[in-house]
Design a protein around this ligand. Structure first.
Ligand SMILES: Nc1ncnc2c1ncn2[C@@H]1O[C@H](COP(=O)(O)OP(=O)(O)OP(=O)(O)O)[C@@H](O)[C@H]1O
Length: 306
């Protein structure tokens, strides 16, 4: 199989549960040697899509190729070349953490040094604890180590830093950067904007089972061409009236948190504060600045990820 095939190539993927179409003709390409982040809100179909790539789900339509191979019929060949970290860890629960990792490493001809992984991911403090008794974040780190110990060419990481404290999250991010530097292809799902923005070469935004935008973080941020304006006040403001005053879209992203889709100019702020003053509304906080992926995501989906 030529090695210039993409790491992952999905076309027209369809997946239904109980007759409900969860993944709806989804197309996605993840290039080799890159970090590709599949970003989307809860229930968007990210995990289902990744599980189709891992051969854990049978698609109802479309094609999935991983390193040029079909994960359903060529899974045995892929197993040695692909690392998988499932969202719930997917680990056996009655073994000790380090024993489990050492056992997995013994199945490979040229495994990653277990001691090095233990150090990079801070596993030493719970090395002798049985998996069942680990915290969620500890399990995640162990699952990541298990996914990497076989030195895969491609890894699927389903929400790799979910439930982790900030320090562990940084360690995971550092490791993902190291993988990329080694030429490993990484496909991860996340609902953390900063994770996608910091790590990914390519971000694929999925909502309702379809790709709604894709590009590098910089491309996605530049595409809107606007600044961002967010303010906080009491919940339930008349956003339609404010939108008319500003000549811009206004959304209540979370209760009491409003985002305005506009090119921010001095007059914009004057109009906003006047509109509020006329209604005796006190702004508790206001920020303007460069758009980030979160603003892009809000524009695209009308929803906040928090
Ligand atoms: N085995 C299943 N049977 C029925 N419905 C399912 C099954 N697995 C997932 N779903 C549903 O499919 C939808 C998409 O789930 P999926 O886990 O792919 O989304 P996701 O984007 O990964 O979300 P999250 O970020 O919450 O993990 C959800 O509504 C979920 O409840």
């Amino acid at each position: 199989m030529p090695s210039n095939t993409p790491a992952v190539e999905i076309s027209g993927l369809i997946k239904r549960y109980d007759g409900r179409e969860i993944v709806r003709s989804l197309d996605l390409v993840a290039q080799r040697g890159q970090v590709t982040a599949v970003l989307g809100p809860n229930g968007a179909g990210k995990t289902t899509t990744i599980e189709c790539c891992e051969g854990l789900r049978v698609p109802d339509g479309g094609t999935v190729r991983v390193l040029g191979l079909d994960p359903l019929t060529q899974g045995a060949e892929l197993r040695a070349r692909v690392g998988v970290m499932l969202q719930d860890g997917g680990l056996p629960t009655s073994v000790r953490a380090l024993e489990m990792l050492t056992h997995v490493s013994s199945m490979y001809a040229d495994p990653w040094d277990v001691g090095d992984l233990v150090e990079r991911l801070g596993l030493a403090s719970f090395a002798r604890t049985t998996v069942r008794r680990l915290s969620g974040g500890q399990r995640q780190r162990l699952a990541l180590a298990a996914a990497l110990v076989g030195r895969p060419e491609l890894v699927f990481l389903d929400e790799p830093s979910a439930g982790m404290d900030p320090q562990s999250r940084l360690a995971v991010w550092e490791l993902i950067r190291a993988l990329r530097a080694q030429g490993v292809s990484v496909v991860l799902t996340t609902h953390l904007m900063d994770e996608a923005e910091d790590l990914a070469d390519q971000v694929i935004v999925v909502d309702h089972g379809q790709v709604i935008a894709q590009g590098s973080p910089a491309e996605l941020v530049a595409a809107g061409g606007r600044g961002s304006l967010t303010f906080w006040a009491s919940p339930g403001l008349e956003t339609l009236s404010l939108a008319a005053a500003l000549g811009a879209g206004v959304q209540e992203a979370d209760p009491g948190c409003y985002t305005v889709t506009v090119t921010v100019a001095p007059g914009t702020l004057a109009t906003l504060t006047r509109w509020c003053a006329d209604r005796n509304i006190l702004l508790s906080r206001l920020t303007t600045g460069r758009r980030n992926l979160e603003d892009v995501f809000l524009d695209l989906t009308g929803r906040s990820l928090r």
